[in-house]
Write a protein that binds this ligand. Structure first.
Ligand code: FES
Length: 518
């Protein structure tokens, strides 16, 4: 078959790929992961690239290669340039590794997210973190949420492809970790992997079809020990890989690890652990009772499915605030704004509420009902009202939120808020009884607490009771790697945390509908 050379700028990466492949596949082959929220269906328009020399805009997923090309990838189309949260709260644990005579004993803690993968190289004897590396989950070319991955993995062939993609990603991270530290991969004797149930099932090549259908049963809830050789992970072939226990089909070992890292099982007072990623997982309770729910918030709060939404990349609006009756923005990289990321979206909706641009149902108010300082920002886009968040230098709308975008935010925030309400109901308490909220994950780390409360995403409690705990799942994975008591505790927590299946809760729809308003 004929092959063509594709050069990607500004990276300068070049690949040779067969005729008939898409530009999305070629980019992936070159190690450039593009935004592809819709999984290559051509609907999300996030994979836009420019064909040189005349910079013709095309969708990479729809463009079939039939000649040599030079392609420029804008920063906003790339997952690569976005920041990945690697670290979390400091939780040193006593290493319990028993020396077998070798001088060096290393371990690997891996957190497999739907969007990002974080790997840490740890000295098993001292417990010291040597280095951490992160990358985007290359499975993203098959959709940005677990539901798309499940639907792609219906055939054994596709499941194998997804497994190879994640193993390849972990092996690349191992290469980088070993290179940075000058370590020998054969000195890595243990690995711990955590992730949502779909991700760890794919890693183990376990069936995931049933995770996409009610009652959403996991094939495996118990921990699994497997050798590196069996999984084709390039560390010491005899190394044990521990894939940590899941709680349920939609609450996985990453939630167990995060709960372990924050000592939720020791909480004297009511604690709510909130991890909003591509999916939202909530754990609430204290040392006596713990419940978990999974909320299908979708990736709107991460910027996907918002017309000009993106992840946190250069040119994305990350913060929106009121400035003398008008609004102002902060942009990542101090560049002209081209997109808006999750923290900016939440701020924008909060500001629109404060300025009276939105009513309590989320409807954008008529231009004629607003003061001139704000009404200049109301435009029509795609036959619907829209609010201009930022203008270009020559006064054209640069970044807008449309009515449909506001509806997407409402759906996402209602899913999380209803999950919280359901948990509180189960525990027979109210918002006022919450002693602290722990926000885990990248999303939690960058949002403004006041804005999240203003739009009703988080319960209305004093801001100082809301703490950021960073990538708690990765911290928990390290604890499980280093210490046998933590490992046992993880198993204990996975069984102690009771999973509430939202679909089985009769009043959920009512609660959810009630949470849609602002
Ligand atoms: Fe290309 Fe969605 S439009 S991946």
């Amino acid at each position: 078959m004929r092959h063509f050379n594709i050069t990607f700028q500004p990276d300068g990466k070049r690949v040779s790929i067969h005729a008939g492949a898409s530009l999305l596949e070629a980019a992936n082959f070159a190690g450039i992961i593009l935004n592809s929220s819709c999984g290559g269906k051509g609907t999300c328009k996030k994979c836009t690239v420019l064909i040189e020399p005349d910079k013709k805009q095309v969708l990479a997923c729809r463009y079939i290669i039939d000649c040599d090309l030079t392609v420029t990838v804008p920063a906003a189309s790339k997952l690569y340039e976005q920041k990945i949260l690697q670290h979390g709260i400091d939780r040193p644990v006593k290493p319990t590794y028993v020396k077998t005579g070798t001088e060096t004993a290393l371990g690997l803690a891996v957190d497999i997210g739907t969007t990002t993968v974080v790997a840490k190289l740890i000295d098993l004897i001292t417990g010291r973190l040597l280095v951490a590396e992160a990358d985007f989950n290359p499975q993203s070319i098959h959709g940005d949420d677990v539901v798309s991955r499940i639907s792609y993995a219906q055939s054994d062939e596709n499941l194998s492809e997804l497994q190879q993609l994640i193993v390849g990603c972990i092996n690349n991270l191992i290469d980088r970790l070993c290179k940075t530290t000058g370590s020998d991969r054969n000195d890595i004797f243990q690995m711990t992997a955590v992730g949502n149930t779909t991700m760890t099932h794919i890693l183990l090549h376990l069936p995931v079809v049933q995770l996409g259908q009610a009652p959403y049963k996991a094939h495996l809830l118990d921990a699994c020990d497997i050798t590196a050789k069996e999984l084709n992970v390039k560390i010491n072939p005899g190394a044990n890989i521990r894939v940590v226990e899941n709680i349920a089909g939609f609450v996985g070992s990453d939630t167990v690890a995060a709960a372990l890292a924050v000592d939720i099982n020791l909480a004297e007072k009511l604690t709510l652990l909130v991890d909003i990623g591509t999916n939202g997982e909530l754990v609430s309770g204290d040392r006596n009772n713990l419940y978990a729910v999974s909320c299908a918030a979708g990736p709107a709060l991460e910027g996907a499915r918002i017309s000009q939404g993106s992840r946190a990349a250069e040119g994305a609006i990350e913060s929106v605030f009121i400035n003398d009756k008008d609004i102002d923005v902060d942009v990542i990289g101090s560049k002209p704004p081209t997109t808006i990321c999750g923290s900016g979206i939440i701020d924008a909706v909060a500001v629109m509420l404060d300025l009276g641009v939105l009513d309590s149902t989320g409807r954008i108010i008529k231009k004629s009902d607003l003061p001139p300082s704000i009404s200049k920002r109301i435009i029509t886009k795609n036959n619907q009202p829209a609010f201009v968040i930022a203008f270009t230098n020559d006064g054209q709308p640069a970044v807008v939120l449309t009515q449909q975008d506001v509806r997407e935010v409402q759906l996402a925030k209602a899913a999380i808020a209803a999950g919280v309400k359901l948990l509180l109901k189960k525990l027979n308490i109210t918002e006022n009884d919450i002693d602290r909220i722990l926000l885990a994950g990248a999303f939690g780390n960058y949002i403004k607490r006041a804005s999240a409360i203003r739009i009703g995403l988080l319960p209305n409690i004093p801001e100082d009771k809301i703490q950021f705990v960073g990538n708690a799942a990765s911290v928990g994975a390290t604890m499980i790697l280093l210490n046998t008591t933590s490992r046992e505790l993880a198993g204990h927590l996975a069984r102690k945390i009771q999973y509430l299946e939202i679909a089985h809760e009769k009043e959920f729809m009512n609660i959810y509908t009630g949470c849609m308003t602002f």
